[in-house]
Design a protein around this ligand. Structure first.
Ligand code: NAD
Ligand code: ZN
Length: 358
């Protein structure tokens, strides 16, 4: 059971949907109107399977499907979802279910936070990234104009239910993107988990069930432990932003053509580079980190971007947090710290390191 702010919720890890009805009953989610929100890729794969378990215990089950992709994470899609809920007479007591990756989870959570000033929702994350990261912690939202996650709310799900088998259909690039966050978890918080990942590279890539189970469970625990202490990001939750200062800038400058975890990998290498230059990581540790991202099919170098643009973009990101440049650095593997003293020159050298000059 997870305690987040004042609310507790379970994170359940299973190999199928069989345990879902019992979990819903335990959470009090029975005889409700339920809306399964999902995207055009996930709907044909899992929506019917899921509904089979919902129909016997709920008052009614409807489905809202939108076009897959980040481009749908907008207020326009939320508005269509509101219309669907109004048309189907959804009330305060009723429930939204997010079935899909982070896009579905963020959008559904935001709609749930705002429809009738807040209805309950549950997360059924189906990408590695959403299972280990975005479904946990209650951050919800949508993009606005070119600004990512510009409009949002903290809204905790009533339950997170993970069916590990949904990962079977996820393509390799999306899986690798999720590994970007997994590796980050080990690096910021848990050296022995990081070592375990290193030692199980092959088994992870083969998606061996026991190994995947351990991976998702450990990563969830790390994310949960961090957000539990600091649900609204007043302090340590910022450690989860390791690799994200530069990562977000790259994501934006590449117009979201690169996946989130790919940009995070680049950002992690850059931040680890600064940590190495400052002497808080050894050379051996730095190169091991770099090679591990490569091992999981993630990029560690970048073409076509200008160092100044990356610095400017990450700075404009930071204006949002009171003008202070908050960088997350490593003081050894498994230990991240917030640092506000990273200079422009240090950033420049780190970005130069990950840039391939053409
Ligand atoms: P996504 O939701 O776009 O999913 C990636 C792709 O995989 C999509 O095409 C989707 O349709 C498809 N897909 C999903 N599950 C599948 C499955 N089981 N089999 C086959 N295909 C499947 O992307 P994502 O990487 O899951 O999430 C990225 C989003 O999450 C971003 O919008 C990001 O801002 C957000 N995010 C939020 C938080 C948070 O704390 N709320 C944290 C990190 C990221
Ligand atoms: Zn992230």
């Amino acid at each position: 059971v997870k305690k987040d702010g004042n609310k507790c919720y379970d994170i359940i890890l299973e190999q199928d949907f069989q345990a879902l009805p019992a979990a819903l009953k335990e959470t009090g989610i029975i005889r409700k109107k339920v809306c399964v929100v999902t995207d055009s890729h996930v709907a044909p794969l899992y929506a019917d399977q899921l509904k089979e378990y919902l129909i016997p215990i709920e008052e009614s089950v409807t489905e809202f499907v939108f076009e897959a992709g980040e481009a749908s994470k907008t207020l326009a899609t939320v508005q269509k979802l509101y219309e669907h809920l109004i048309r189907n007479h959804f009330e305060r007591k009723d429930i939204l279910i997010a079935l899909g990756g982070g896009v579905v989870g963020d959008l559904t959570g935001f709609a749930a936070a705002t429809y009738l000033r807040g209805v309950g929702f549950i997360q059924i994350p189906t990408t590695l990234l959403s299972q280990v990261d975005s479904s946990i912690g209650g951050k919800t939202g949508v993009d606005f104009d070119c600004y990512k996650n510009m409009v949002g709310a903290f809204h905790m799900p009533k339950l997170v239910y993970i069916n590990l088998h949904t990962l079977d259909t996820l393509d390799d690039r999306q899986f690798a993107s999720g590994m970007g966050e997994v590796l980050k978890h080990g690096l910021i918080r848990n050296a022995s988990y990081y070592e375990w990942i290193l030692g199980n590279l092959y088994e992870i890539e083969e998606k061996e069930p026991e190994v995947l189970q351990h991976l998702v469970s450990e990563s969830c625990k790390i994310k949960r432990a961090v957000v539990e202490k600091d649900p609204t990001e007043q302090g340590d939750r910022a450690l989860l932003n390791f690799g994200h200062t530069i990562g977000h800038a790259i994501e934006k400058l590449k117009d979201f053509t690169m996946l989130h975890g790919e940009c995070v990998a680049l950002g992690c290498v850059a931040a680890a580079y600064i940590s190495w230059q400052r002497g808080s990581l050894s050379e051996e540790e730095f190169f091991e980190i770099r090679d591990m991202f490569v091992g999981f099919g993630l990029p560690i170098s970048l073409t076509g971007l200008n160092t100044e643009d990356i610095i400017d973009t990450s700075r404009s990101d930071k204006k949002m947090s009171g003008g202070q440049v908050k960088f997350i650095l490593l003081k050894g593997i498994g230990k991240a710290v917030i640092d506000k003293t990273v200079t422009e020159q240090e950033m420049k050298e780190a970005i130069d390191y990950i840039s391939v000059k053409s």
